[in-house]
Structures are given as C-alpha cells and as structure tokens.
Design a protein around this ligand. Structure first.
Ligand SMILES: Cc1cc2nc3c(=O)[nH]c(=O)nc-3n(C[C@H](O)[C@H](O)[C@H](O)COP(=O)(O)O)c2cc1C
Length: 419
C-alpha cells in the first residue's frame, strides 16, 4: 500500500481489505486475475463470462482504445494521494467506480451476484443488479441497501406488464438508479459461449460435468449457494420452472430495444434518477436527455454484441460535449485498471464501471474477489492520479490528453456513390 495520510485513509477503503497485500502479491493487476480464473471455474462457465461477440475482436478493440489514451503529467504540485469520493445522481460514493449489470454471473461463480453486491456496499461504490442476474431485486437491495442500482431489459409482452412490475419492485426495494439497456436490439453470436454449450438449451454433458468435478472451490460454492438460476425473472415463470424453462419463458416475453416512446413511459413510471445504457451516439444521448433521462451510460456491452461497434471510450468526449452539463455520464466497456478509470474521467466521464473483471476476480479469489478488485481499482486510481499530478478528480478532468481514436461526429462525412 502507498503512503496515505489518516484523513485520506478515512475517505477511501484502500488497503482495508485484510488480505490485500497477500492477494496483491499474486494478482498485481486484473490480467493476473483473468489468467487464474479458469483453474477455479469450469471452462464452459468461464467462457460464458469472458467471451466477446464473434471472434472476440471487439474486446481487443476496447482494450486497445483505452491503451491509446495518453495523459501528460504535471509535477511539483502533488503532496500525496488524492481523495476519490464522488457524487453520482446526488448521492455520495467512495469512488467513481461501479459494478456493471451482468446476467448469469452465478454461473461463473455460484453466489457471485450477492458477493459483488455486498462488496460494493462495504466499499460504498455502486452495484448494478441485472434483471437477468442470479439474485432477486429484494435480495440485492438487502445486500447493498445504500448502493443498489437496477438494470432492465425490455419485457414487452402484455404491454410491458412484467417491465412495469419490475419498476414497482425496484422502487419498493429502494434502488437508487434505474438503467434501461438499449444496446441489445437483437440476439447475436458469441462464439465461445456457443461452443461452450450455453447459447441454446443448457444440457450439461460429460465434459461439463467433468469440468465441474475437478474444480473443488467452484463445487463448494455450488453446494453453499445452490444451482444458478435467473432469480428475478424466475419469480414470473410458473412455479417450479427449471432454468431452461425460465429462459424459454423470458425469451418469449422480452427482446428488442426500447423505443424512445417506451423510454418515456418508463421515465414517467420511475420516481428517481434514471439512465439509459448502451449509448454510443451523441444524438441518442441528446434525445434521452430531452426525455428527462438523468444519466447516459456510454457502453458497447463490453464487446459482447458485435465486433464492429466503436469502443465506448472513443465516443465519450463527443457525448460529454453534447450532454455532460445536463446529465451524469457513466462509461464502461474495456475498463481493466484504475488507470483506465482515470482515462475515462480525464475524457469527461463521471464514473467508470467494470463487468468482466469482476467475474475474473471472483473466479480467481472466490469470496474475496470483489472486495479485492474494488480495493485494487481504487488503489490504482489514486496512484494514477498522483502520478499525473491531479489533486482532485476535477484536476484529472483538466489534464492534457492525446486521444487518437476520438470520433468527431461533426467531421464525419459519408462517401457517396454515384448511381
Ligand atoms: C457475463 C456478462 C453478462 C452481462 N449481462 C448484462 C445484462 O444483463 N445487462 C446489461 O445491461 N449488460 C450486461 N452486460 C454488459 C455489462 O453491463 C457491461 O456493459 C460490460 O461488461 C462492460 O465491459 P467490460 O466487461 O469490458 O468491463 C454483461 C456483461 C457480461 C460480461
């Protein structure tokens, strides 16, 4: 752990995890967590959590786009590590870092949803439950009462009957933010997930059973937490429905991207801050803000939809320029370090969220994983800010940056073909 004054220690949980140093020796960055996870997690489950769309090219693009963002430091101003506490949608959090919503993390590690929720609550950073997660809305709210956000997909069936019931439950449970995901208009192919046998009906074969049997830590988590299920959606399926039956039930009632008209209906129903997730174009951000949306969640779904989508970090500056004064801007897709969080802040985001790296952490370290990863991200963020000479998050936003991938929407011209 780095030098820290007592006052700064009080505002950040850095280094509070009792095993931080032990874990840090083995897992100095998230790449080491990713490397380790498959030895504890059955391969089919690891592949589900780690895969990108198609041949995974989008994931590499996201990482490369972050790596290309350079910051010019200033020296002679930095007495010690800066505080990183932040206000998002009017609430205080310990750091501008959050857990992105994920469907099915309990397949990667049985009980993962609540492990992440509890760790986020301890650290006081946002935790977002996916409607396709392995915990119910009420369980997540109990585990993370101060930091619980809720994400929804589009349950269109019967004029959004389930969708609006989910809104009601989220509101009753005290979710701090509602996020509607817009970037899954169609189902696409993730080759590693498909090859692992998880894109269609789940039928464990001999290979899968063997992979589970030789992962004792995972088996133990399974015994403690039970078989992974889609807990929130499962509440609507017929009693006693199997996991496959719940999936079939949900697929018959959900899908497509929310239209702007539907976004407005949810906006009217939800009393509290609301974000739209998966935005990559400033015009879509402006449209959402005009409808009364408070938060723009810039994301390409972590490269899980199609490979051709632009990295979210490359459209961030244009979206911040369009709506940054009126809306909270969240960024995800490709965040692997506190340094990446700093890059996102420097390009105007209010916070950066992570998905896959939380699954790597839980796979590598089990129960300790999410706490350790949050500590690591905050520790790295503070060290990164210290390194560039930023004494506050606001100073990081004013840093000098080179961002070769940034898309300038106004300058985009379409090649025209003569007939
Ligand atoms: C296993 C997995 C499941 C996901 N499920 C959802 C989901 O249910 N809803 C959603 O809005 N995003 C979902 N996402 C996308 C994440 O919220 C987030 O946008 C993405 O993981 C961020 O990129 P990163 O994984 O590179 O950090 C999922 C991501 C993963 C890895």
């Amino acid at each position: 752990m780095h030098d820290m004054t007592a006052k700064q220690a009080a505002v950040s949980p850095v280094g509070q995890h009792p095993h931080f140093q032990k874990h840090h020796r083995r897992f100095p960055t998230t790449a080491w967590l990713r490397r380790r996870a498959p030895s504890n997690v059955p391969l089919f489950a690891f592949e589900y959590g780690d895969t990108g769309a198609g041949n995974d090219v989008g994931i590499g693009h996201n990482w490369a786009a972050f790596d290309a963002v350079e910051i010019v430091p200033r020296y002679g101003v930095m007495p010690s590590l800066p505080p990183v506490d932040v206000k998002l949608f009017g609430r205080s959090y310990a750091a501008p870092i959050g857990v992105a919503p994920m469907g099915g993390p309990s397949l990667v590690w049985p009980g993962a949803d609540l492990l992440m929720a509890k760790a986020a609550q301890r650290a006081r950073i946002p935790y977002t439950l996916s409607v396709a997660g392995g915990a119910t809305i009420e369980q997540a709210a109990e585990a993370a009462p101060d930091v619980f956000w809720l994400q929804l997909y589009r349950f269109w069936h019967d004029d959004h009957k389930i969708g609006f019931d989910l809104v009601r439950r989220g509101q009753a449970a005290g979710a701090k933010v509602l996020a509607l995901t817009l970037d899954v208009p169609v189902r696409t192919t993730r080759s590693r997930e498909t090859y692992a046998g998880l894109a269609h009906e789940f039928r464990p074969n001999v290979r899968m059973i063997w992979e589970m049997m030789v992962r004792p830590k995972w088996m133990f988590a399974l015994l403690r937490n039970g078989y992974p299920r889609f807990a929130t959606i499962g509440d609507y399926a017929p009693a006693g429905a199997s996991t496959n039956e719940i999936i079939a039930y949900a697929r018959a009632r959900m899908g497509g991207a929310f239209s702007w008209e539907e976004v407005k209906r949810y906006r009217d129903a939800w009393k509290g801050p609301m974000a739209v997730k998966g935005i990559l174009h400033p015009k879509d951000a402006e449209k959402a803000v005009a409808l009364g949306i408070d938060g723009i969640w810039v994301s390409n779904h972590g490269g899980r939809q199609i490979e051709a989508l632009t990295p979210s970090i490359d459209v961030l500056p244009a979206i911040v320029a369009a709506v940054g004064k009126k809306a909270t801007v969240i960024l995800d897709s490709g965040v692997r370090s506190g340094q990446d969080v700093m890059r996102a802040l420097a390009l105007g985001a209010d916070a950066a969220f992570a998905g896959k790296s939380f699954l790597w952490a839980v796979g590598a370290l089990g129960d300790d994983g999410p706490d350790y990863l949050i500590n690591l991200y905050i520790d790295e963020l503070r060290a990164s800010l210290g390194q560039i000479g930023a004494r506050t998050l606001a100073e990081a936003r004013a840093a000098t940056i080179r961002h070769p991938g940034a898309i300038e929407f106004a300058a985009q011209s379409r090649p025209r073909r003569s007939k």
